[in-house]
Design a protein. Structure first.
Lengths: 303, 443
């Protein structure tokens, strides 16, 4: 008995690496990605073409006209969304971006963020609605979302580069995956938070499920969903630097190259431009969120 | 018009509802079947007549909210049938159920359940919108419904700009705009302040007089139940323990549970003159002479008599002093001696009789709608009616502990000033003064 124990104690440290055999998880994922790439090659090709086309259109719209014209439109948007203070702040911000010669990069980045956020929201909101209506979907989705949000964002770049090659698309796809999670979560939360009695009232007067979703659940969940959209945009912006590593145009590329060349000046200027863009997008989307009918109705209650 | 019927209805939430129902119908109690599910409604039979206000009364957890939600198919019974008119809710398709909710059964909710992003008018028009009524028409009808509840001016406001009572009026207007025969009201006034609540109760009664809908009203407040309901079903632990008019429940509570509720009822609001009045003892005909009047008073040992004409219509009273004077004068008729006397009709609530009774030394005369004398209410009867009955139909309200009775019997001869049972009530005034002092200190 004692010999057995002592032999076990002696063996344990030596065999600790053998106790759990080496799991070939990484190889498995690689095989899956390989299989995916070859099997759905034409599908990925189509997605790539569509995203490249959409990005080019958006980048052209933002980049082709003179800087002052685009800036004017963005400032006007800030004025409509919030008021003159945000408009003045935005104008100063855009002037700084132009002053450090980052306008073109900033517009590329903006195009990337807008496109990625759009795709993420289009995918996230229906998923969130589905999760809100079905507990099983919610249970399955929750760990998947955790995974998507906490996996280091660089990791997404590897398979997306394999699948979509270098350029703007892998960065875009990685950004969508990374930024989607809060969109799903906030949509689900928003719909689940809608007063069940109001939903019941919809049923009690003979409304269909689709109509209840459209006329009651979505409008009442809108402030929360908009908070989610705001988060999606912020996360998307945080990804643009990473997307710069795989060759996406924009501020991210300058940040990456300044890191490689240890260029403090360029790094700061590009970084500052990202901050200005982030603040602009955050304030404008937050203001748009609080302009929904429900938010205004609730605001009058407190007034 | 449409009545509602529930036949052997069960609702069990949980893992094995059918097993629970099987055991419940075999006589198991709610606690016995806990492992198979939570029995919210157990073997309920109701027959709600067209045009009546039917109140379901019970404390929270008694199953009343579950019951009302089965009446419009929001929840499906585990067993039994729900009939709205002749449609069996347990058999209709989802589309038919929606149709039925759009056209025949509408609902008012405890916390109003208005759409906060829509104006009051659009909220009231919501059921018509679902039904596909075109915009101009539905807004017109919603406007009429708002007018009915006295919110005609507020159509353009948002619900958040209204007070609680006004919001619930919008909820009521919304249900009225749907123009269904059946109106379900789920604790509709429970979230309102007491004063607003009284106002809403009065308004509902007033509206119901002209609309004549079939109303099912859920409440946990017996006072409200008795004030509003033509009939009341008292629920406890998922079962209906008594169905009857408020007076039936007040005077013949089916068991201790109902009796203990009844003890708290504001009887002045529920009881009517007709339910407590006594046979008038001293009544004389208008044609009779003063001598006859005096003899009647002497026989009854009272100092006045009510005077009625041939149709028994109450004309007033004649007092002994005037009658004696008239006899001395040799008057033949008492017609000139009659004093006017205030009277009440049979369905007057007792609360309104107190002032009259306090002012008059005579019993308050009670007449029917045609003004005929049908009874009188002596002051003592009025006071007596305020005390809850001490026994129910079958059992005493309180099951006195035999040992306590013995103690009291032993205690009595020793002339102890406080019998053992009075300990609690003796300490009570102290508590009252304390709270009163607290209140003073705070203010």
């Amino acid at each position: 008995m004692t010999t057995l124990l002592s032999s076990f104690a002696a063996a344990a440290p030596a065999s600790s690496s053998d106790l759990v055999p080496r799991l070939p998880l990484g190889d498995a994922v690689e095989n899956v990605v390989d299989w995916f790439t070859t099997t759905f090659d034409s599908l990925f090709e189509t997605i790539r073409d569509v995203l490249v086309w959409a990005f080019d259109v958006l980048a052209d719209v933002l980049g082709e006209p003179p800087a002052w014209a685009v800036a004017l439109v963005l400032v006007a948007l800030a004025f409509v969304a919030k008021g003159w203070r945000l408009a003045v702040g935005s104008a100063v911000g855009f002037a700084v971006i132009t002053g450090v010669d980052q306008w073109d990069n900033a517009m590329d980045t903006l195009a990337l963020v807008v496109l990625a956020s759009l795709v993420a929201v289009v995918l996230a909101v229906p998923l969130g609605i589905w999760a809100a209506r079905d507990d099983r979907v919610s249970r399955v989705l929750r760990p998947v979302l955790d995974f998507m949000q906490t996996m280091p964002a660089f990791v997404y770049l590897i398979p997306t580069v394999v699948i979509f090659h270098v350029g703007v698309v892998p960065g875009l796809v990685a950004t969508v995956i990374f930024a989607m999670a809060p969109g799903v979560r906030f949509t689900e939360l928003g719909i689940r938070q809608v007063d069940p009695e109001v939903v019941e009232a919809g049923h009690a007067f003979g409304s269909t499920d689709a109509r209840i979703l459209r006329q009651i659940q979505l409008p009442l969940a809108m402030p929360t969903i908009m908070a989610g959209v705001n988060q999606v945009i912020m996360l998307a912006l945080s990804m643009v630097v990473i997307a710069g590593m795989v060759g996406a145009n924009g501020l991210g590329r300058d940040v990456v190259s300044s890191l490689q060349r240890v260029n403090v000046a360029l790094g700061f200027e590009a970084g500052l431009s990202v901050v200005i863009l982030a603040m602009y997008l955050d304030r404008v989307t937050a203001a748009l969120g609080s302009r929904s009918k429900v938010s205004r109705a609730l605001a009058t209650a407190n007034a | 018009m449409t009545g509602l019927r529930a036949q052997g209805v069960y609702k069990v939430f949980g893992r094995r509802p059918n097993e629970a129902v099987r055991r419940l119908s075999a006589g198991a109690s709610r606690d016995d079947v806990r492992q198979w599910g939570t029995a919210a409604v157990i073997d309920v039979d109701l027959d709600i007549r067209s045009g009546e206000t039917f109140v379901v009364m019970g404390l929270s957890g008694s199953g009343k909210s579950t019951l009302i939600r089965m009446l419009n198919g929001l929840w499906r019974p585990t067993a039994g049938r729900i009939l709205v008119g002749d449609a069996d809710l347990t058999k209709v398709s989802p589309a038919q159920l929606r149709e039925l909710r759009q056209r025949r059964v509408s609902m008012v909710f405890q916390h109003f359940a208005l759409l906060p992003h829509r104006s009051v008018l659009e909220n009231a028009a919501y059921p018509l919108e679902i039904r596909g009524v075109d915009r101009a028409e539905r807004l017109r009808r919603a406007g009429e419904a708002l007018e009915l509840v006295g919110l005609g001016q507020w159509g353009g406001s948002l619900p958040s700009q209204l007070s609680g009572g006004m919001r619930q009026r919008v909820g009521l207007a919304r249900a009225l705009a749907a123009d269904t025969d059946v109106l379900l009201m789920d604790e509709a006034f429970s979230a309102l302040d007491p004063l607003i609540r009284r106002e809403m109760q009065d308004q509902l009664l007033e509206l119901q007089q002209s609309l004549g809908k079939t109303i099912v009203f859920i409440t946990h407040d017996l006072n409200e139940a008795m004030y509003l309901g033509d009939r009341i079903a008292v629920m406890r632990d998922g079962r209906v323990v008594q169905v009857g008019t408020s007076e039936q429940i007040l005077s013949e509570p089916a068991n201790d549970y109902v009796a203990s509720f009844v003890a708290d009822v504001d009887r002045t609001r529920v009881l009517t003159a007709g339910s407590v009045m006594r046979r008038p003892a001293s009544v004389v005909q208008l044609g009779g002479g003063p001598r006859l009047a005096l003899r009647t008073m002497r026989d009854q040992q009272v100092s006045a008599a009510y005077v009625v004409d041939r149709a028994r219509t109450l004309r007033g009273v004649v007092r002994d002093s005037v009658a004696v004077e008239a006899v001395r004068r040799g008057a033949e008729s008492i017609e000139a001696l009659v004093d006017e006397v205030p009277s009440v009709v049979v369905d007057t609530a007792l609360g309104e009789i107190f002032a009259l009774a306090a002012e008059s030394s005579l019993p308050v005369p009670v007449t029917d709608a045609q003004g005929r004398l049908v009874g009188v209410i002596p002051r003592v009867t009025l006071l007596e009616a305020m005390v809850p009955p001490t026994t129910t139909g079958e059992h005493p309200v309180l099951n006195p502990d035999p040992s306590a009775l013995e103690l009291a019997a032993v205690g009595a001869p020793t002339t102890s000033p406080t019998p053992p049972g009075d300990g609690a009530s003796a300490s009570d005034p102290v508590g009252v003064t304390q709270t009163a002092a607290d209140r003073e200190a705070r203010s």
